[in-house]
Design a protein around this ligand. Structure first.
Ligand code: GLU
Length: 432
């Protein structure tokens, strides 16, 4: 089983989408099911509606799954296993108050040493624990030896017991911490490979320590994906519009192009333009670069344009708000200039909208408009142009400038003949 474990606490970031995508691809390659686990244990940070949004986005990107869980439904297992660890003396109750812990943390900072839990509550006697009615957390005892994470992308990292520390697995409110809920759930779902962002690398030895303490001996494989940098070389964050999947879709990037780019970024691939199904055949998780990936919106635009070019004209027509395939073909004529659906909608919209005409072309524009309204149908642009020249007496710039505005709503653009080919059946509507 593979899993994608989003928290329903914010908008989906491209980093999350990339994690979901790689988990999906690997689940397909290994013929193992994919679990979507909504990590909703942090009640204060959950945002209503986010779960449905995540599921809808995954469906839009063609990331299908076999299982779906809400982490909060596993609470009874988290609690049972925490009690088991207490019973086995692999965990202990900790009565240190947040204020005391904070003061110790501050002190470490002043002394310029890394803060570690100092073991105050580790050796309390059973009576000391039972007689204490104050709120308490549960901590896992730090392991006695180092743990090595073997990562398919990053190689090996070894963590000393002090790096793992005696960390909290159950909070005073009797809810599990992220590390505990995650480690228990991955174990219960028999997860074989965990693909997630590299910001979780330091959590991995903690989760391994939990599983070892619970006697779980199956080896889980890991792949931590390098972070994504923006064009300034800083970690992409909410402040970068392009980090939001919703924003990219609103800007008119096709899901297939976004997927193509996320697979290509920081990777060696046999092709540059491909579909998800093709990528499943040759995708190699171990070929992903260890160093951070650079998000390049221009590259994404190039890829989007190629996917738009490859679309069935009818489908492209629907994407820009029409039904007829002629409009899809017309839209493709603009792909030398623009690269997103949003930009194409502007171009096509201008063709059908009332035209704004500079004063110097107003007269010619009206003449051409009236002629076009009364003209017979011409299949061929040259015949149409000849008809206009003959009946208006206009030529050169005085013909072409107002004619371009009349047919496209713009002063510059693609070859008029190319536009006319796909517009000729709409001419009366275009000039109305
Ligand atoms: N809920 C965590 C996150 O969204 C999951 C990390 C993991 O895959 O374990 O970052």
């Amino acid at each position: 089983m593979l899993r994608f474990a989003p928290s329903p606490t914010g908008d989906m970031h491209i980093g999350n989408l990339r994690v979901a995508l790689f988990n999906y691809i690997m689940s397909q390659k290994r013929s193992e099911p994919l679990l979507i686990r909504i990590e909703d244990t942090d009640k204060e940070r959950n945002i209503p509606g986010k779960e449905d949004e995540i599921l809808a986005l995954l469906a839009l990107f063609g990331i299908t799954h076999e299982e779906h869980q809400l982490q909060s439904n596993n609470l009874r297992f988290h609690r049972a296993m925490a009690l088991q660890l207490l019973h086995d003396k692999k965990a202990f109750s900790c009565f240190c108050t947040p204020e005391i812990l904070e003061a110790k943390r501050e002190k470490s900072k002043e002394d310029k040493i890394a803060y570690r839990y100092d073991g105050t509550c580790e050796h309390l006697t059973a009576d000391q624990v039972i007689d204490n009615l104050a709120p308490f957390t549960i901590r896992l005892k730090k392991p006695s030896h180092s743990l090595t994470v073997r990562d398919l992308i990053k190689g090996e990292s070894t963590f000393a017991p002090d790096d793992i520390d005696s960390f909290i697995i159950m909070r005073a409110d009797k809810y599990p911490t992220y590390n505990f809920a995650c480690a228990v759930d991955d174990m219960l779902s028999d997860v074989s490979l965990i693909i997630r962002g590299e910001d979780h690398l330091s959590n991995t030895p903690k989760q391994m320590a939990i599983q070892h303490a619970l006697g779980y001996d199956r080896t889980i494989e890991y792949a931590h994906l390098p972070i994504i940098l923006n064009n300034e070389g800083k970690k992409m964050s909410k402040r970068d519009d392009a980090s939001s999947v919703k924003w990219l879709l609103e800007e008119g990037f096709l899901p297939a192009a976004i997927i193509n780019y996320l697979i290509l970024m920081g990777n060696k691939t046999p092709l540059e333009i491909f579909t998800l199904d093709e990528a499943i055949k040759w995708f190699d998780l171990t070929a992903i670069s260890k160093s951070p990936a650079h998000f390049d919106i221009d590259k994404l635009k190039f890829i989007n344009r190629e996917h738009l070019r490859g679309l069935d004209p009818k489908e492209l027509s629907r994407y820009v708000g029409f039904a007829d395939e002629d409009i899809g073909r017309l839209a493709k004529v603009f792909l030398d200039e623009v690269s997103t659906l949003k930009e194409l909608r502007v171009k096509i919209g201008a063709i059908f909208a009332p035209k704004i005409v500079p004063d110097e072309y107003k007269e010619g524009f009206e003449v051409l408009r009236n002629l076009t309204i009364k003209a017979p149908h011409f299949d061929d642009y040259d015949a149409y142009k000849g008809y206009l020249m003959q009946h208006s007496g206009l030529k050169g710039k005085n013909l072409f400038k107002p004619l371009r505005i009349l047919l496209s709503g713009a002063e510059h653009g693609p070859e008029m003949g190319d536009l006319y080919t796909h517009l000729k059946n709409y001419l009366k509507e275009v000039v109305k």
